[in-house]
Each structure stands twice: as C-alpha cells, then as structure tokens.
Design a protein around this ligand. Structure first.
Ligand code: SF4
Length: 351
C-alpha cells in the first residue's frame, strides 16, 4: 500500500521549515518552494534551485495536485465566476471581482453551509463538508493562473474576502492556516489588512479570531437589528444574538489596519423601511460601526426582492443622520449570479 502524500498547499512556511529540519535538509528549501509554487504559481516541480537531496524528498513526500476548474463564467463587467471541482467530485465557487484593473477574490470555505440563512442560495444546499486548507489556497492559485493566462495586462489579485460558500469561522482551523499561507512574504504575500472574513455572527469563531488572527478584518452580516427579522434571516441569531456579537466586537481595539464592518442586505418590504433604518441607527450610534449596504440580488426561487435605488438612498440618508459611516456596495456579476449569497453549485451547468 502506498502512503498518502502530504498536500503541499496545506503547509505553512513554518511547517515546511520544521519538516526540512527534521529530515536534515538544507534550510533554504522551504522559502525556495514557496517562491516557486506560491509566488510564481509554477505547476512543474522546482528542479533548478533546490539541492538534489531536497528534490528527492519533495518528490517522495508531497502531493502538489490542486482542484481543477470545471467551468468559468465571465460577466460584462469583467467579474469571473469559477466552478471548482474538488478531488471527491464536490464543487465550490470562487469569484474574481474587478476594481480599477485589479481584483478582489471571493473564496469559499465550505461545501454548502450549515447556517441556513433564508436569503442565501448557498444555505439552501446544507453543509456537505469543510474545505481543507489546500482546497482554499487552491482556489486562489487556480484563479491567479487563469488571470495570468487570459488577462495578463491586469492580473493582480490585491484583496481576499471569505464571502463565498460557507461560514468561514465554522471552519476556523483550515481558514486560519490558509490566511497564514496567503500572508507569507516569500509566497503570495497579501497584506493582512487586505483579507476580510465574513461571518453570520458565529460567536465561538469570533472569540478565536480575536486571539489568533491579528490584523485580519471581519465583516459581520447584520441585515437587521430587530430580533424577529434577524431570527428569520440568520437563524443562528437565536443562539448568538446580534447584541452579544456587537458587544464582543466593541471590546476589540480597532487599529489603523483592523476593522469590523457590518453588512446590511437591503430586502424590499422586509428590512428596508424608514423604521428599520432608524432602529439600525439607534442600535449602532456611537459604536465602532462601518456599514456596507447591499441591495439584495434575487436568485431563482428566492422569496425576497430587491429595493429600488431611491429606497436604498433613503435608508442611507437616515444612517448618515446618525453619523454612522455608510457606503452602498454595488453588486457585480449580477447576470452570472456571482454576488454575495448567490453561490450555489447546483445551478451552474458545465459544458
Ligand atoms: S449567508 Fe453565509 S453563513 Fe449564511 S447560509 Fe449563506 S454562506 Fe452560510
């Protein structure tokens, strides 16, 4: 029986260093490997710079395989949605969102999701399983390789958001390790304040984030401060009420580079009234609150509707009056269902 190889893209630089040290291999190996595979995104083995003894060890020890891109959809505004097939045949999505000739990548952290938010297409799938670190890092590498091949003139991914399928804090260990890997200077080298983890308000995960992921931003899905409404939109509100989540966030010192923001999905005739806006303003006034208002994008079978721009503007104006910094986030990739909460692998059909 052949032993299972160690998935290379699951290893932090520190783990590679320990491994090389244990096997008495030249110390330069881990950084060379990070440079070759993470920074330069090479698929072929690193044969030039590594010592012969290290090449042999790497060949025998590591599995460099990645998930593969099953299907790509491009929208008119240059948003790209990837359907990524994992080794066991399950699929997740990753989305490239363009801004000023650069990109933000939206990554999935689970196949499906257990949180069952009523506005979310992914939630209708239920949770199938957590992604491994290599499957999270793999989404980035695949998207980067695709960009370099298809849009070499603007192939830079500058921001990472965990807003794809899954509740990232519900798969904390794999997401934390993926962030550790994204930050390594010899590899992908993203700055910590360019990474944002979106959460439905999963308090046990937020407690770990506070201590274990310094400088990584958090975006909390707020969507309503009225209990009856938030319980419907985000059922875990019944277990971890938004009051407790905000009270917890308030105790975290926010520096120049670490922010907690609140996302408010505006749904027509559900949470977009003048009364909803005042309730939100009263609740968040004098707190460390930044709000992103996101007009809901209906998906097939969705019971909710999108408000008009006029209604969105009215809502924002009331929050402005409470002096809460608020932006309206324009959704991208509408026609390929690439917006937040619209990802559902059941809907995409490959060629
Ligand atoms: S909104 Fe996020 S946390 Fe809620 S079901 Fe969808 S993927 Fe899960």
């Amino acid at each position: 029986m052949t032993a299972t190889k160690n998935p290379f893209y699951s290893n932090t630089l520190q783990e590679l260093k320990i491994l090389f040290n244990t096997h008495q291999l030249p110390k330069s190996g881990p950084e060379l490997l990070y440079n070759w595979h993470h920074k330069k995104k090479n698929i072929s083995p690193c044969l030039t710079d590594l010592a012969k003894i290290s090449i042999e060890f790497v060949n025998n020890h590591f599995d460099f395989s990645l998930p593969h891109i099953d299907f790509v959809q491009e929208s008119n505004d240059k948003t790209v949605k990837f359907l990524v097939q994992l080794k066991d045949g399950l699929k997740v999505e990753a989305v490239l969102i363009p801004f000023n000739g650069k990109y933000t990548i939206c990554l999935s952290s689970q196949v499906g999701c257990a949180m069952n938010c009523s506005f979310c297409f992914t939630g209708t799938q239920g949770l199938k399983r957590n992604l491994g670190t290599d499957e999270i890092v793999g989404q980035f590498i695949l998207a980067q390789r695709w960009l370099t091949e298809h849009r070499p003139q603007d192939d830079k991914i500058l921001n990472i958001v965990f807003m794809g399928q899954g509740e990232p804090l519900h798969n904390f260990d794999a997401v934390k390790k993926a962030c550790d890997i994204f930050l390594i200077r010899h590899g992908i080298g993203i700055a910590p304040h360019k990474i944002t983890i979106s959460t439905a308000g999963y308090l046990p995960g937020l407690e770990r984030w506070k201590g274990e992921m310094p400088n990584i931003n958090i975006a909390v899905s707020l969507h309503s401060v009225i209990k009856e409404k938030r319980d419907v939109l985000i059922p875990i509100n019944q277990r971890y009420p938004i009051e407790d989540v905000v009270a917890f966030a308030e105790k975290i010192p926010q520096g120049r580079t670490r922010f907690v923001t609140y996302e408010y999905l505006l749904i027509k005739d559900f949470n977009d009234s003048i009364d909803d806006a005042h309730a939100t303003g009263i609740f968040l006034k004098d707190k460390n609150a930044y709000i992103s208002l996101i007009p809901f994008n209906p998906f097939p079978g969705s019971k909710y509707l999108r408000p008009s721009w006029d209604e969105v503007e009215k809502f924002k104006k009331i929050l402005d009056d409470y002096q809460i910094p608020t932006i309206v986030r324009k959704t991208k990739g509408d026609e390929i269902l690439a917006a937040c909460g619209q990802l559902n692998t059941k809907l995409i059909k490959g060629p």
